[in-house]
Design a protein around this ligand. Sequence first.
Ligand SMILES: [Zn+2]
Length: 154
Amino acid sequence: MKFLVDEMLQRLGSWLRAAGYDTVIARDGRDDYALLRQAIDEDRLLVTRDRELARHRRAPGRVILLECDKLDDCIRELGNKLDIDWLHRPFQRCLVCNTELIPADASARARIPERARQQADAALYCPKCRKVYWEGSHVDRMRRRLEEWQGVDS
Ligand SMILES: [Zn+2]
């Protein structure tokens, strides 16, 4: 499953990335039909709160209409409609730009703060926007939330 997420649902989109799903977050001002066309061209499910879009004749099987407002509600609602595995491939994709991460090289590792340096061996980095990711309290917190949504007792 690959996703195109409406800009209104961008937090949900970031979490889909965190879970490892290829997720494009729509930018400002794209019209609805351009979004639907992009979803079809790139074989993505279009996740939106736009009812009109969900009524389009090409929407069935392609558009996932959500009514949620808060993140936790969106997580639950999406999970009711699709078989989402929140532990699919956690933290293998850049949260900023959706690129697959690769092991950090020495120069990327050098940008990790001193206090987190002992985790540097397992650090990953984004070859496109150059953001470095390492296991630390932030990733731990995010991982616990993914586990919670997936129903894993930790
Ligand atoms: Zn990136």
